[in-house]
Design a protein around this ligand. Structure first.
Ligand code: AMP
Length: 142
C-alpha cells in the first residue's frame, strides 16, 4: 500500500504552527486538535521544523515551567524527515522504527500535502491484514 492511499482515507489536513508561537500555545493546540506533533512553517509556508509532545516533555523536565514562554523554534527538530505520497507504507514503517519518530509529513514537489502518524500506519497495516485474511478464507472455503 502507498502513502497516498492513507491520505485518501484520512484526508490531507496538517496542523501547522509558526516558529515564534510560544510552547504554551503549542500545548493548547496539540490538545485542541488531539494530535501529537505539528509541522512548523514560516509565512512562505516553507517547512522549518517539526515539534512533538515528546520535545515538550523532555524540555519541560530539563528547563521547568519557564519553557512555556519560550518560542517553538527553541525546541523543534530542524532536520525534518519527510515522505512522498508514492512511497510504500512498508518503507515508512521502517523509517519510523529506525529513526524512532511517530510523525512524518508528506511532501510532493516541495509542497506539504499531508502527515502520517504511527497510528495511521498501524491502522493501515491492520486493515491490510484483514483484507489478506478475507481473501485467504474465500480461497480456502470456496
Ligand atoms: P515523535 O515520536 O513524533 O513524538 O517525535 C520524537 C522526536 O523526533 C521529537 O524530537 C520530534 O521533534 C522528532 N521528530 C518527529 N517527527 C519527525 C520527523 N518527521 N523528522 C524529524 N524529526 C522528527
Amino acid at each position: 500500500m502507498r502513502i497516498a492511499e492513507i491520505l485518501r482515507r484520512k484526508g490531507d489536513e496538517v496542523a501547522t504552527a509558526r516558529p515564534h508561537q510560544s510552547v504554551a500555545d503549542l500545548v493548547i493546540d496539540l490538545r485542541r486538535y488531539n494530535i501529537g506533533a505539528m509541522v512548523v512553517r514560516d509565512e512562505a509556508e516553507t517547512i522549518l521544523g517539526i515539534v512533538s509532545e515528546r520535545d515538550v516533555v523532555r524540555r519541560l523536565a530539563e528547563q521547568g515551567n519557564d519553557l512555556l514562554e519560550r518560542p517553538i523554534s527553541a525546541i523543534m527538530t530542524r532536520v525534518v524527515v519527510t515522505c512522498d505520497p508514492d512511497d510504500t507504507v512498508d518503507d515508512l514503517t521502517l523509517v519510523m522504527t529506525e529513526r524512532r519518530i511517530r510523525h512524518v509529513p508528506v511532501v510532493r514537489e516541495g509542497e506539504l500535502v499531508g502527515i502520517v502518524s504511527i497510528g495511521d500506519v498501524v491502522k493501515s497495516r491492520i486493515s491490510q491484514l484483514e483484507d489478506d485474511r478475507r481473501h485467504l478464507e474465500a480461497y480456502i472455503f470456496r
